[in-house]
Design a protein around this ligand. Structure first.
Ligand code: FAD
Ligand code: PHB
Length: 393
């Protein structure tokens, strides 16, 4: 292929879903991914889908298995000082979330892309973007030892936080806001039925813990850990002992020492690079922003970004090239950033309230006060619930 309409860099949920949405608008794409298809399909990450995300996946025609296998959750729980407090998402907002792993979303999207005969190149090396600020954007890459160059109208940078797209934009054209947190999350995946019905976010004396799941027989659990720690220092026994302690109560007591299938440490970060457009290049998903996982927003934001981007590209193709087409393209960044910053705020807030920070007594008293207020005030619960289920797209 020497030319396509849109080159998509990165086959994470953002890139794959954008390809699917553009295909439905009759727009051609080429998808370039650095890793192998098996590697991409096997990566364990997020697990909670907002109803807006489910709607977009339906619109993209990839929600059949999601509806059959996804677990609908009408509430979440917050554990604090030996008690569990339920936030009734359904009663407070009329909406629920769906527990369905990012791995499954990725698999559904990969299968749909292959079935539609859209071109994807996995294990594409040395992907480089050319003339993104000009009128002849091109992307070069090496595949099985052969160098290729493809001309296009637009490039979608969906290549995650460490990708090349954001770095292809001159530093003076991007404004970056960042906060790094002084801890990480150690996550374990294990085949055992969850001892809990809904997700439990626990703020304990020993630090944060999250009890999540992937299916009626598979759990995903996390504990806050030091950034200096390595996975090898955490045997399964040590992980479960710590998790039980932090979860506490009768549920903690029912958690078995299940062998881990996967174990990894992720640092926590808040990050936004803006605007999301530079000439013919658009950033979407983790390439443009990172949220700490506490609000379960990373995957959901990737989905809303590419939904807005697909509309902007569709609208611009409907215009003759000129001012109106440019305005349609500019609308993407403005629209997406409004939602991104709201998710950044909520993810920061959840992180702030649920983790142990190396702060002073004042910070810690404020955290307790904030949580007590949340447990007692319906207004505070509505605010948390409407953000957790996701603001409208
Ligand atoms: P990604 O999923 O990162 O996809 C980007 C793709 O681009 C990758 O496949 C990558 O291989 C490819 N790529 C990178 N560089 C290049 C290049 N130069 N050329 C070609 N391709 C390239 N969110 C939660 O809500 N809960 C979690 O528990 C959670 N855990 C996470 C754990 C980790 C280790 C990470 C990194 C993220 C986690 N997230 C979590 C966040 C969530 O998974 C992301 O927000 C989501 O994956 C974003 O999708 P994306 O498509 O934008 O980026
Ligand atoms: C997960 O199941 O991996 C998960 C759930 C909720 C979060 C983060 C991760 O907030």
């Amino acid at each position: 292929m020497k030319r396509t309409q849109v080159v998509i860099v990165g086959a994470g949920p953002a890139g794959l879903l954008l390809g699917q949405l553009l295909h439905r608008e009759g727009i051609d794409t080429l998808l370039l991914e650095r890793r192998s298809a098996e590697y991409v399909a096997g990566r364990i990450r997020a697990g909670v889908l907002e109803p807006g995300t489910v709607n977009v996946l339906e619109h993209a025609g990839v929600a059949t298995r999601l509806h059959a296998e996804g677990l609908v959750h009408e509430g979440v729980e917050i554990g604090f000082r030996g008690r569990r407090h339920r936030i009734d998402l359904k009663a407070l907002t009329g909406k629920s979330v769906t527990v369905y792993g990012q791995t499954e979303v990725t698999r559904d999207l990969m299968e749909a892309r292959a079935a539609a005969g859209m071109l994807s190149v996995y294990e594409a090396e040395d992907v480089a973007l050319h003339d993104v600020g000009g009128n002849t954007p091109r992307v070069s890459f090496r595949h099985q030892g052969v160098v290729h160059e493809v001309a296009c109208d637009f490039i979608a940078g969906c290549d995650g936080f460490h990708g090349i797209s954001r770095r292809s934009i001159p530093a003076e054209s991007l404004s970056v806001s960042e906060r790094v947190y002084p801890f990480g999350w150690l996550g374990v995946l294990a085949d055992t039925p969850p001892a809990w019905h809904e997700l439990i976010y626990a703020n304990s004396e020993q630090g944060f813990a999250l009890a999540s799941m992937r299916s009626p027989t598979r759990v995903r659990c996390y504990v806050q850990c030091d950034l200096t720690e390595r996975v090898e220092q955490w045997s399964d026994e040590r992980f479960w002992a710590e998790f039980r302690l932090r979860l506490g109560g009768e549920i903690g007591a029912r958690v078995p020492d299940a062998p881990s299938i996967e174990k990894s440490i992720a640092p926590l970060r808040s990050f936004v690079a803006e605007p999301l457009r530079f000439g013919r290049l658009f950033l979407a998903g983790d390439a443009a922003h990172i949220v700490p996982p506490t609000g379960a927003k990373g995957l959901n934001l990737a989905v809303s970004d590419v939904f807005y981007l697909s509309e902007a590209l569709r609208d611009s193709y409907r215009e003759v090239p000129g001012e109106r087409a440019e305005r349609a393209l500019d609308a993407y960044s403005t629209r997406a950033l409004r939602r991104i910053w709201r998710a950044e705020r909520f993810s920061w807030w959840m992180t702030r309230q649920l983790h142990r920070f190396p702060g002073d007594a004042f910070d810690s008293r404020l955290q307790h006060t904030e949580l007590e207020y949340l447990f007692e005030s319906r207004a505070a619960q509505v605010s948390m619930a409407e953000n957790y289920v996701g603001l409208p797209l």
